[in-house]
Design a protein around this ligand. Sequence first.
Ligand code: SAM
Ligand code: SF4
Length: 344
Amino acid sequence: MSNSGEPTIVSRGAFPPTAGPLVDRFDRSKHKLRLSLTDRCNFRCHYCMPEDPEWLPKEALLSFEELERIARLFITRLGIDNIRLTGGEPLMRRGVADLVARLDAQRAEGLERISMTSNGVPLRKHADDLVAAGLDDINISIDSIDPERFRAMTGGGELDAVLGGIRAARDAGLAMKLNAVVIRGDNEEDIVPLTEWAMSEGVSLRFIEFMPLDARGGWQPGRVVPEREIIERLAERHHVEALSRTREPATYYRVDGDYRLGVISTVSNPFCSTCDRVRVTATGEIYPCLFSPVNTDLKTPLRDGASDDDLEHVVRGAVWRKGKGFVESAGYVQRAITMHGLGG
Ligand code: SAM
Ligand code: SF4
């Protein structure tokens, strides 16, 4: 597996800067914040959730007031201009449109984009309210266009319900991308039909390599369908041309002249050297990387009455200590947290 995405350390001293952009030891500045709203979900995707999850108690979750304060801190003091709401399923949290509206009110302070990642099902109910509240775009997960395979991957999810959510998002005028995790033995047969369906719908699709963050220990290197194979399968039926890589996590390809397809190849071709994200879980832990073995608690100081100066210090320290990323510990490592708790 390639190590081309490996960041190199810069010597800027032993401590994080006390002002200016939010940076780590590898000089990667952060401008995207992923806020997880809940660990709960209406699906049980085997690559993400335990079979019988024990949900976090409500009081452990950050309140909307706390989330609003954290967002303001990151925007006004730390240069974050993009916020993505995620989970679990973020729309399982009651009143998410209210939270979006609270974030929308922070645009004057520097917030440029409010996004969400969802399994799409609750959009039939919420799409209009989310748009009215100020949501800019949504990523919807759809791993298969075959109802049986979809059900198997999501632990009983109904494909029709997701398709209904996609239609609702489109009718509401919400910009969207689709994401599909590809797992050998589960849905590699979907690569071509899913792409063809997305092309016919005129909606952008990104395939995601299976990452070792599943809650059931089912990840193995052999179950990863690497970017190269995804593209080879497509190239058997379509003209596929690589586009130059940008700072985005996905590598993009042009399919049949004008369709743009992405592949997020965290395992076979990691983008760690340009990573510009930081994550806060629903319980207020900072994870500077999806693969961080440790986290930093922001909720306790927040609830203990810490000043913005103190909280800024906590965040800068947590991000400064960020490791190299997946490139450092490629492969399956037992982690304290899995995707549904961390917020993918
Ligand atoms: N419930 C929402 C959804 O499914 O879009 C948001 C949360 S989910 C954790 C965010 C994204 O992480 C989804 O696109 C999901 O497919 C992806 N994901 C979860 N576990 C993964 C894994 N082990 N490897 C790769 N992607 C994963
Ligand atoms: Fe739920 Fe999303 Fe995880 Fe599937 S990937 S179980 S929809 S949080």
